[in-house]
Ligand binder design. Sequence first.
Ligand SMILES: [Zn+2]
Length: 200
Amino acid sequence: MQYPDSISKLIESFSKLPGIGPKSAERLAFYVANKMKEEDVLNFAKSLVAVKRELMKCPICGNLTDKNPCVICRDTNRDKSIIAVVEENKDVIAIEKMKEYRGLYHVLNGVISPINGVGPQDINIPSLLERLKNDEIKEVILATNTTIEGESTAMYIAKLLEKIDISVTRIARGLPVGGGLEYADEVTLLKALEGRREIK
Ligand SMILES: [Zn+2]
């Protein structure tokens, strides 16, 4: 038996989400159809549209924002001589939670991953190079995850910056190898930032 059209479409939409296989997509779609209140479904649909319509990537740092530029880039009290390069938005949030780091960010929105067909040009690297033309910047902290892809992305960027007169550091100490920044507790993350080492 074929599913009604609207269910098939919803299953298809759910299955486009990361970590959702066909079975889970089916389960979620039927949950929406059978169990969710209409009001909750409407709110859900509105939020989905709102995050796309109201948010954008900050043209300077790539962070997700509803202001142009984002609140961090426009904050005059931040140390504009340091940029922490992170993979995703959620890494900015993880570092911000510590309330210790006062520099700026650059969100790559991904990592270099040949297996997944993601090259350096597919992530936010060109805009980083553009930003570094500004003399104010003295240090770039490569704060990508400690996964193989995070490490190789950090190394790739370090190589690009080899000839530029900026200190390049890599977070390391205490972070579990293979881990995402957002899974590290605040103390570990703080130590990793403080213990960053010069890589060129
Ligand atoms: Zn920004």
